[in-house]
Design a protein around this ligand. Structure first.
Ligand SMILES: Nc1ncnc2c1ncn2[C@@H]1O[C@H](COP(=O)(O)OP(=O)(O)O)[C@@H](O)[C@H]1O
Ligand SMILES: [Mg+2]
Length: 179
């Protein structure tokens, strides 16, 4: 196996594998001194349903805002502005999306996202409720994407996110085969 090295503010990390790619960047599992991290490399690929400002600045601002209101997030350890890389705490578990695919979704996870929503709505914020943005570690749900936006009814959990949280494995299989 070829292991690549990536730096964050000149500090070196071994890149183990790609964890996922979203509209914001490529997130890799990285290691230093037996400690696991997520290294997110921002990308500038076009996304037809979304308009971006400065992505790295948004990530920092959004992280601070969500941390302040008490949303469970991976800790932001470091930011390399020049290379547009973020070093975050690694949440060791599967995404809600993967759990749905394996029929391992629990009501308990839905309850936890509802608790997050009470904090978010009070602060007039929405997050990106799509199930790839949540990772479950020891039955604790973390919002691993830092993105947040001004609250709008149309994009809240009850009107938007829940559609995806209540998908079935069969539906996901069908979608993946026909996309
Ligand atoms: N801190 C983390 N711990 C575990 N997995 C993560 C973490 N951050 C990202 N991932 C994985 O990488 C994927 C993309 O990360 P995300 O931050 O949502 O990127 P984007 O902003 O591009 O959507 C996630 O769906 C998840 O599988
Ligand atoms: Mg995401």
């Amino acid at each position: 196996m070829i292991i690549k090295i990536a730096t964050v503010n000149e500090k070196k990390y071994k890149v183990v594998k790609l964890l996922g790619k979203g509209k914001g960047g490529y997130s890799y599992l990285a290691v230093d001194k037996n400690q696991h991290y997520v290294l997110k490399q921002i990308h500038h690929e076009k996304c037809d349903y979304y308009n971006f400002g400065n992505k790295i600045e948004s990530e920092i601002k959004d992280y601070q805002q969500l941390a302040e209101i008490g949303i469970k997030l991976p800790k932001m350890h470091d930011v390399d502005l020049k290379h547009e890389r973020i070093l975050k705490e690694y949440i060791d578990g599967e995404t809600i999306y993967d759990l749905i695919c394996q029929n391992k979704m629990k009501a308990e996870y839905m309850n936890q996202v509802h608790d997050m929503c009470s904090l978010l709505y009070t602060a007039n914020i929405n997050i990106d409720y799509f199930p790839t943005n949540f990772v479950v570690q020891n039955d604790e749900v973390f919002y691993i994407d830092y993105e947040c936006n001004a609250y709008m009814d149309e994009w809240n959990f009850e009107n938007w996110g829940i559609k995806y949280w209540s998908m079935t494995p069969e539906f996901i299989k069908y979608m993946e085969e026909h996309s």
